[in-house]
Write a protein that binds this ligand. Sequence first.
Ligand SMILES: Cc1cc2nc3c(=O)[nH]c(=O)nc-3n(C[C@H](O)[C@H](O)[C@H](O)COP(=O)(O)O)c2cc1C
Length: 188
Amino acid sequence: MKRILFLVLSLFSLGARMELNAQNQAGTKKILVAYFSQTGNTRELARQIQRQTGGDLFEIECAVPYPRNYDAFVEQAQQEQRQRARPALKTRVPDMEKYDIIFLGHPIWWSSIPMPVASFLAEYDLSGKTIIPFCSHGGGGPGRSRSVIAELAPRAALAETLALRASGGASLPEAISAWLRKNGVREQ
Ligand SMILES: Cc1cc2nc3c(=O)[nH]c(=O)nc-3n(C[C@H](O)[C@H](O)[C@H](O)COP(=O)(O)O)c2cc1C
């Protein structure tokens, strides 16, 4: 049973990828690169993705920034995580309707996504769009971030995640280029 389910999901994912590929290659897909970054690593990945795809860059920012004091920041972020809070964001993407592909970047916090990213996903109707997740971690990998994103955006298609340690090192451009090709996204 599990094997059949896996096969059906794989075929579905392959079909979605092929369609994405065909439309993107034709240059008809509009791309948004949205990211949240507390210490700058995810921002590096987002900028590189923006450079390679020509998409529009959008930073997810909290209306009230996290405390500068590290302990106070961790305490607040952890409390948000426990309470599944949806912290208010500073700005909205003005015209989300026009985007087909949303690259969504974040650091890994406690094996998951930071709650401002959950706020971002709750703010828009992402039905029919493709989310391509990317994350920066400290060595623990993507954790359960992917399934959390899938739960919060159930009507969007979810492409393959790119998970890199810190800001990806010297091979960042190649890693991103290979991942874009895998997901069938046209490079500039
Ligand atoms: C509150 C907090 C929780 C974290 N939890 C994890 C974790 O569970 N696994 C992991 O690999 N890294 C974890 N990290 C490390 C970050 O994911 C990593 O430093 C990342 O590169 C930060 O990205 P940024 O500079 O875009 O904020 C955590 C960092 C913070 C501040």
